[in-house]
Write a protein that binds this ligand. Structure first.
Ligand code: ADP
Ligand code: ASP
Ligand code: MG
Length: 404
C-alpha cells in the first residue's frame, strides 16, 4: 500500500464547495487503495483577516499570542474537511499540529520543524483512517503553539512526507504547476514539466510563492517525490526533483519579491570592524539581511546599505539607533518602495552572457537598477517597486518570448 501526502492551499479550501471538491480528491486517492495523509491551510484570506483582527486590538501583540490566533485558521479547515469526508461515509480524523506530533523550535511566527513524533498519526493510519493535519503549526518545548511563517503549510506537508517516507507528496494549489514566472504577472508564462530542487529553492526564496522555500529545502534533503498540481483541473503538474531533462532555456524562471526594504547606515567610520559590529547587532536581533553594499570610503567615513524583509525594518532601525553612539554613524535612511527581480537557472553556470541579457531587457524597458546580487544559479536586481511587474515581463519576454 502506498502512502500519499496531499496538501491543499487556502484557495483550494476557500468555501464549502471547494472543501467538498478537496474531499472528493482525497476520497478518490483513498479509495484507490492508498494511505492518505492530508495537510490543509486556512480558508481563503483567513490568515490575513486574523492578522487584521489582531491589529485592531494591539498592533504590537506578542508573537506568542499571534501564533495562538493564526493557528486557529488551519483548525477550521481540518474540522470542516473531516466533516465533508464523514458525510461521504469515509473513516477520517483531523489533528492539530500538536496532536500530530509536530515539534518545532521556540521561535514564534517563524518556527522550524525539529522532529515529528509519529505515534499518533501511525496509529490512525493503521486503523485505515484518512488523517487530516493542520498545516503551518506545531508545538515548542514549552508546550506552546508555534507557526512556521507565511506559506508554511507546504513545509508541514513535505516534513510529514519525509518523516513517514511517503511515496508521493502533492501540493495542490490554484495554479496547475510551477511556471517560468508568476502567470498572474506575465500571462505568457509557461508551465514547467519539471524543475530541479535547487532551482525551485532559489525561485521560492526569491519570492515565487507557489512553494514555501523551506519545503523545497526539506524535499531536497530527504529526496521527497514532490509535485505541484491544480486542485481545480485534472492535468499533470510540475515535478520537483534532483535532475531534470535538458531545458531549452538557460534559465528556469523569473521571480519577484516586493516584501523587502533597504536600509542605509550613512557616515560610518572608515575603520576595520565596523561591518562586523553592524551585522552582529542585526544578527543578535535575529534579522536576516540579504544584499549588502559598502560604499568606497570617503576619507574618514563610509556607508553600508543592505536589504532585509520589510517586516523587520522597525526592529532593525531600533537596534541600530540604540547603538548609535557606539557605531558612531551619522544617520539611517530607509527605502521600502523597492523590489527584487531575479532570474534563476542552473544553465547560467555554463552559458555566458545571461546576466547581460537580463540587464539589456531592463535597459530596453527603461528600468534603473539600484543594486545587483548573484549566486551561482541566480542574478537579482533591486529596482523601484513600481517597476516590478514591468521588469518581470520584460525579463521574462527576453528569455522566454519569441526572440528569447
Ligand atoms: P496556496 O494558497 O495554494 O498555498 P499560494 O498563493 O501560496 O497558494 O501560491 C500559488 C500562487 O503562487 C499562484 O496563484 C501564483 O500567482 C503564484 N506564483 C508565483 N510565482 C509562480 C510561479 N513561478 N509558478 C506558479 N505560480 C507562481
Ligand atoms: N495559512 C498560512 C498562511 O497564509 C499558511 C499557509 O497557507 O501555508 O501563510
Ligand atoms: Mg502557499
Amino acid at each position: 500500500m502506498k502512502l500519499v501526502v496531499q496538501k491543499f492551499g487556502g484557495s483550494s479550501v476557500r468555501d464549502a464547495g471547494r472543501i467538498r471538491n478537496v474531499a472528493g480528491i482525497i476520497a478518490e486517492t483513498y479509495l484507490a487503495g492508498n494511505q492518505v495523509l492530508v495537510v490543509l491551510s486556512a480558508q481563503g484570506d483567513t490568515t490575513d483577516d486574523l492578522i487584521e483582527k489582531a491589529r485592531e486590538i494591539n498592533p504590537r501583540a506578542s508573537r506568542r499570542e499571534m501564533d495562538m490566533l493564526l493557528s486557529t485558521g488551519e483548525q477550521i479547515s481540518i474540522a470542516l474537511c473531516a466533516m465533508a469526508l464523514e458525510a461521504m461515509g469515509l473513516p477520517v480524523i483531523s489533528l492539530t499540529g500538536w496532536q500530530a506530533g509536530m515539534r518545532t523550535s521556540n521561535t514564534y511566527s517563524d518556527a522550524r520543524i525539529k522532529k515529528i513524533d509519529q505515534e499518533r498519526i501511525r496509529r490512525e493510519l493503521d486503523k485505515n483512517k484518512i488523517v487530516l493535519v493542520a498545516g503551518f503549526q506545531g508545538i515548542n518545548r514549552f508546550g506552546d503553539v508555534t507557526t512556521l511563517g507565511r506559506g508554511g503549510s507546504d513545509t508541514s506537508a513535505v516534513a510529514l512526507a519525509a518523516a513517514f517516507g511517503a511515496d508521493l507528496c502533492q501540493i495542490y494549489t490554484d495554479v496547475d504547476g510551477v511556471y517560468t514566472t508568476d502567470p498572474r504577472v506575465a500571462p505568457n508564462a509557461q508551465k514547467l514539466e519539471e524543475i530541479t530542487y535547487d532551482e525551485m529553492l532559489e525561485l521560492a526564496s526569491q519570492g515565487a510563492q507557489v512553494l514555501h522555500n523551506r519545503s523545497v529545502e526539506l524535499a531536497k534533503k530527504y529526496r521527497v517525490n514532490l509535485e505541484v498540481v491544480s486542485s481545480l483541473e485534472r492535468k499533470p503538474g510540475t515535478k520537483v526533483k534532483e535532475v531534470v531533462k535538458m531545458e531549452k532555456s538557460s534559465i528556469a524562471g523569473v521571480a519577484k519579491d516586493t516584501s523587502i526594504a533597504r536600509i542605509a547606515v550613512v557616515g560610518l567610520e572608515h575603520s576595520p570592524g565596523v561591518a562586523f559590529r553592524v551585522f552582529s547587532l542585526l544578527g543578535k536581533a535575529r534579522i536576516n539581511v540579504d544584499a549588502i553594499i559598502q560604499s568606497i570610503g570617503r576619507g574618514q567615513s563610509k556607508d553600508i546599505s543592505f536589504t532585509l524583509p520589510r517586516s523587520d525594518v522597525e526592529e532593525a532601525v531600533r537596534t541600530l539607533e540604540a547603538s548609535k553612539s557606539d557605531l558612531n554613524f551619522d544617520h539611517i535612511t530607509v527605502e521600502d518602495k523597492i523590489a527584487k527581480v531575479s532570474i534563476v537557472g542552473a544553465g547560467m553556470m555554463t552559458t555566458p552572457g545571461v546576466a547581460a541579457k537580463m540587464f539589456e531587457a531592463l535597459y530596453d524597458a527603461n528600468i534603473n537598477i539600484q543594486m545587483i546580487n548573484t549566486s551561482e544559479i541566480r542574478v537579482s536586481v533591486l529596482i523601484d517597486e513600481q517597476d516590478a511587474a514591468a521588469a518581470v515581463r520584460a525579463v521574462h519576454d527576453k528569455f522566454f518570448g519569441d526572440e528569447g
